[in-house]
Design a protein around this ligand. Structure first.
Ligand SMILES: Cc1ncc(COP(=O)(O)O)c(C=O)c1O
Length: 361
């Protein structure tokens, strides 16, 4: 029988405490965000008449050190609009083998932009400049497609929230510059990378041609991403966004919390990183193998306890703890604004009790 702590509600009944570590996307808007939504000044953004969207795009461009920015519905839309804007059918895109844009976007690069992807294995998610240079196609051989884009991801999700350093990004960007190939960064969690390194986000974004950042993950906005780049690029991207049905009208109601995401929520990400480290340390004390933790993602192996990720997740869910499977024997836990130190302690107690229970059975 599991002996895990179960709080008692006002009526004296045991209640299931729910701790959701599936993703930082589960974060709800702050009270200030909800107030900002209610009070937002809006207009028709397809006519570029929404002052709140215009302000968000201006703030985002400045924050990322780019000329212009575009509010898009999601990280996936931002990445795909970028590929559509940079490439034409038949072009080749270099991407890390486990990058989100390749692994988790439903094959959209090939389905929508008609490009093919050349994947390269990274080092904890980071592509190496020399590998990228070798993969760039010669333009003189008529058998080859043309390499038209290099994609990076920072932090790297499947590498466990790994941070790609400015030096690693520069090594790829310099190769891109040398060959006239733009670099698009999937920076869904770029502010986590900057917080972990203790640098301004521009230290990283300077080594990109275009960049997508998510407002709706650890930054807690309910919806949306930003795509940033040169003025000309963003004009063309606006056209692609419209073609994809992403031209929205009084969308300032959603841009308003996005402004607070960028101006008030980036500093606190270090708290999520501390909780992730606390969780990883606790797992290690329970003799579980854990990938190095740099930001808010913890990857834990379950083979040592003879449990597949899916089976162990079922046991966790019965105790009110939720995470996701990342591989047959790997579980991903993601910390965020709604996870307290006490929640982490509780998760560790649940995991300890479950390990005892499965090893006894
Ligand atoms: C690294 C990365 N890129 C892009 C995305 C896509 O974002 P969205 O879910 O807003 O489409 C995600 C979502 O989890 C992500 O982790």
């Amino acid at each position: 029988m599991l002996k895990v702590y179960r709080p008692v509600n006002a009526k004296g009944r045991r209640t299931m405490r729910k701790i959701d570590l599936r993703s930082d996307t589960v974060t709800k808007p702050t009270d200030a965000m909800i107030r900002a939504m209610a009070e937002a000044e809006v207009g028709d953004d397809v006519y570029r008449e929404d002052p709140t969207v215009n302000r968000l795009e201006q703030i985002a461009a400045e924050r990322l050190g780019k000329e212009a920015a575009l509010f898009v519905t999601s990280g996936t839309q931002g990445n795909q609009v970028a590929v559509l804007t940079h490439c034409v059918n038949g072009d080749e895109v270099i991407a890390e083998a486990e990058s989100h844009i390749f692994y988790y976007e439903g094959g959209a690069m090939s389905a929508l932009a008609g490009v093919q992807t050349r994947t390269l294995a990274g080092v904890r998610g980071a592509l190496r400049g020399e590998d990228v240079e070798k993969a760039i196609r010669s333009t003189t051989n008529i058998h080859f497609p043309r390499t038209k884009l290099i994609c990076l991801e920072n932090t790297h999700n499947r590498a466990g929230g790994a941070v790609v350093t400015p030096e690693q990004m520069k090594s790829v960007y310099d190769i891109g510059q040398k060959h006239g190939i733009p670099v698009h960064l999937d920076g869904a969690r770029l502010f986590n990378a900057a917080a972990s390194l203790g640098v301004d986000v521009r230290e990283l974004s300077q080594y990109t041609t275009t960049i997508q950042i998510c407002l709706s993950k650890g930054l807690s906005a309910p919806v949306g991403s930003i795509l940033a780049g040169s003025k000309d690029f963003i004009e063309e991207a606006r056209w692609w966004r419209k073609k994809l049905g992403g031209g929205l009208r009084q969308v300032g109601y959603l841009a308003a919390p996005g402004i607070l995401a960028l101006t008030e929520m980036t500093e606190r990400l270090v708290e999520d990183h501390d909780r992730a480290k606390q969780l990883a340390e606790g797992f290690r004390k329970l003799s579980l193998e854990v990938e190095p933790v740099e930001t808010n993602i913890v990857l834990v192996k379950t083979d040592s306890i003879n449990q597949t990720a899916v089976d162990f997740l079922k046991l966790l869910a019965e105790q009110g703890v939720f995470a996701v499977d990342f591989d047959e024997y790997v579980i991903r836990f993601t910390t965020h604004r709604h996870i307290s130190e006490d929640d982490i302690q509780h998760v560790l107690e649940v995991v300890e009790a479950l390990i005892t229970s499965v090893s006894a059975s």
